[in-house]
Design a protein around this ligand. Structure first.
Ligand code: CP
Ligand code: NVA
Length: 304
């Protein structure tokens, strides 16, 4: 593994290996505290972040690495200079870069032109580091992801795409409920259907959240308007109003159903207070596991 830009580039075995590293790092963090000594990691963020920035920043420090954080507006990717020039320049100073951006092309170009490891910390298309942590949380709580019905309710966005790749590569069963016009991207679906054919997984797509929620083992949601889509917020509130995880929807799922959300949550929109604050909600365990999974990604790419 040279980069961590999309789960689609990883095999089932590589994802399982990464998850095993997450488990070891979580169980015994002190065993890894100097593994990245003398490594330099740049965090280039063009969008806000709480969990991803903190987990890669603290994770890198806990592994003994040095970190430089570039806030939105600082590097001005493609504006102050071209990505190819930034990637080549940074390759002369750093060992790896963690990039949060808008167009996924930016991530791919960093990997193409630089000679250092590139980690996708979220693009408009994908959010693989989130989903690695989510897979780990699922395995901790539900053991075998092949034996569960995993339901995502909401926008066919970056988180949804990475969940689709994860489940289809690993052979799990994923059901997506989205409003008409807000489907996951057709290119992503086509690739995931192929993965699922090989792995024995299944993908169900519906415009009815009640069908997706019926007998689900996990209900997952994300914001109706992702970062960069703030102008569509009012329109989306109308379109997505029936795609809310609330007590009524949760009643349709299995009695031991888990509720997941990558956070930040817009309480009262995609999820109600009663659900996110309920015993079924594991959102803060998900958030904590971002740290352990960020460390596993850094170790896999940068350890000598
Ligand atoms: N879930 C997640 O990526 O959160 P941040 O946007 O706060 O990093
Ligand atoms: N889909 C959301 C995820 C935030 C972690 C966004 O892109 O804003």
């Amino acid at each position: 593994m040279k980069h961590f830009t999309s789960l689609k580039h990883l095999s089932r075995k590589e994802i399982i290996n990464l998850l095993e590293i997450v488990s070891k790092v979580k169980k015994n963090p002190s065993a890894y505290k100097n593994k990245l000594k003398d490594k330099y990691i740049g965090l280039v963020f063009q969008k806000p972040s709480l969990r991803t920035k903190t987990s890669f920043y603290v994770g890198a420090l806990q592994l003994g690495a040095n970190v430089i954080y570039y806030a939105p507006g600082e590097v001005k990717i493609g504006e102050r200079e071209r990505i190819c020039d930034i990637a080549k320049t940074m390759s002369g100073y750093l060992d790896g870069i963690v990039v949060r951006t808008f167009s996924h092309k930016v991530i791919d170009e960093f990997a193409q032109y630089g000679s250092i490891a590139v980690i996708n910390a979220l693009s408009n298309l994908l959010h693989p580091s989130q989903v690695l942590g989510d897979l780990f949380t699922l395995i901790e709580l539900k053991k075998d992801i092949k034996k569960i019905k995993f339901t995502y309710v909401g926008d066919g966005n970056n988180v949804c795409h990475s969940l689709l790749y994860a489940f289809s590569i690993l052979g799990g069963n994923i059901c997506i409920a989205y409003p008409k016009g807000y489907s996951p991207k057709s290119e992503v679906l086509a690739e995931c259907k192929n993965f699922a054919k090989k792995s024995g997984g299944s993908i169900c797509l519906t415009n009815k959240p009640t069908i997706a929620a019926a007998d689900a083992d996990v209900l997952y949601t994300d914001v109706w308007s992702s970062m960069g889509r703030e102008k569509e917020q009012e329109q989306r509130k109308k379109v997505f109003k029936d795609f809310q995880i609330n007590d009524t929807l949760l009643k349709l799922a299995k009695s031991d159903c888990l509720v997941m959300h990558c956070l930040p949550a817009h309480r009262g929109q995609e999820i109600t207070d009663s659900v996110i604050d309920s015993k079924k909600s594991v959102v803060f365990l998900q958030a904590e596991n971002r740290l352990h999974s960020a460390k596993a990604i850094l170790l896999s790419l940068l350890e000598d």
